[in-house]
Design a protein around this ligand. Structure first.
Ligand SMILES: Cc1cc2nc3c(=O)[nH]c(=O)nc-3n(C[C@H](O)[C@H](O)[C@H](O)COP(=O)(O)OP(=O)(O)OC[C@H]3O[C@@H](n4cnc5c(N)ncnc54)[C@H](O)[C@@H]3O)c2cc1C
Length: 314
């Protein structure tokens, strides 16, 4: 069967883009070390009233564990580097981390191809999704790359004959995006102070491009702003950088000198206190996460007031 445009969505195998068209794959392995994952679907105990309303990423000796509480089960997995740990060791470390609830769960071992195709659009073939590129799921960007790939294809595709300039522009946008996310992920490892195992020590020795190194040095002195982050579109704004760095205790050594001349410091402190007070009140009075999910699914009546319900669904 003949077609005018082929979309390669064959996952890590890249059947059209890499295997048929021989487009080279640019590996990120030197800067993003993790290349394996082992996943488990863990059931809740009978009483799941403590279901968490957030996903979490927890550092382990050779990588990190994701924990995604769904309504009927928890999705969890260990992302790790095969240079530092075998798949057997990773599975047993993950099971030990989860505890007895993991006992009868079947492990799914995944090899990850980390990097991107040199070009995602070659001739009349456009790779979208894992066939185009992938970085480890620390910031859960896989579906974002797919969405961007589709949006940009719609913006660029103009008919059966591929215009090389148009394809080049598409390739630049997709490469800038995935490279930008790569650098953002590298920053997580470089700015964290964990270095107690061979894996975490190796993350401190990653050699990063000079532009990233310069930013890291700058952000020891000033928090990121719109103009100091990577200017190419990659889905993350300056505040994403700030919360990531602050969360890892990578804090500027000093505050902005201009703040010393501001008479509004007490107003800012009051605003922070108001946020704290409001947070405590909501935590005290709002329904638990399970109750809220049951309310959304129509299996339980809400105990929240009408005002609170409006606030939650707004
Ligand atoms: C460990 C891990 C965690 C992730 N976490 C997240 C996350 O939190 N958030 C997020 O957005 N993304 C995440 N991703 C990325 C996520 O997997 C992708 O966004 C999405 O599943 C990719 O879809 P895809 O279609 O590109 O590839 P796939 O889901 O791999 O689909 C490719 C399909 O092509 C089929 N195929 C291959 N060869 C052939 C053939 N010859 N003939 C017919 N069919 C074929 C395969 O069977 C498969 O069904 C994660 C990925 C991994 C590995």
């Amino acid at each position: 069967m003949k077609g005018s445009l082929y979309v390669d969505c064959s996952g890590f195998r890249g059947i059209l883009i890499n295997q048929a068209l021989k487009e080279p794959f640019v590996s990120f392995q030197e800067v993003l070390l993790n290349d394996r994952a082992v996943a488990l679907q863990v059931p809740y105990p009978n009483d799941r009233s403590d279901i968490e309303p957030f996903t979490s990423a927890t550092a382990l000796p050779s990588g990190w564990v994701w924990n995604i509480p769904l309504y009927n089960r928890v999705g969890t997995g260990y992302v790790y580097c095969s240079q530092f740990m075998s798949s057997k060791e990773a599975e047993s470390e993950l099971r030990a981390h989860i505890g007895p609830r993991a006992k009868d769960c079947i492990a799914n071992h995944i090899q990850m191809r980390i990097g991107r195709c040199r070009n995602a659009w070659v001739k009349n073939c456009v790779a979208i999704g894992l066939s185009s590129g992938f970085v480890e799921p620390l910031e859960s960007t896989g579906i974002f790359f797919i969405q961007l790939g589709i949006e940009e294809l719609l913006r660029h595709y103009s008919g059966p004959t591929t215009d090389p300039d148009v394809a080049a522009d598409y390739n630049r946008i997709m490469a800038d995006c995935i490279d930008g996310v790569r650098d953002f992920l590298v920053l997580h490892y470089r700015s964290s102070d964990r270095a107690d195992t061979p894996f975490w020590q190796a993350t401190k020795e990653i050699s990063v491009p000079p532009s990233v190194e310069q930013r890291l040095q700058l952000w020891k002195k000033r928090l990121p702003n719109e103009r100091s982050i990577n200017p190419c579109y990659h889905g993350f704004e300056f505040y994403s950088y700030s919360v990531m760095l602050l969360g890892l205790n990578y804090r500027p050594v000093d505050s902005l000198p201009a703040l010393r001349h501001s008479s509004n410091v007490s107003a800012a402190l009051e605003a922070f206190q108001e946020v704290r007070d409001r947070t405590s009140e909501l935590v005290r009075t709002l329904p638990g996460h399970l109750e809220y999910l049951q309310y959304l699914r129509g299996t339980r009546k809400s105990s929240a007031t009408a005002e609170q319900r409006d606030e939650i669904t707004a």
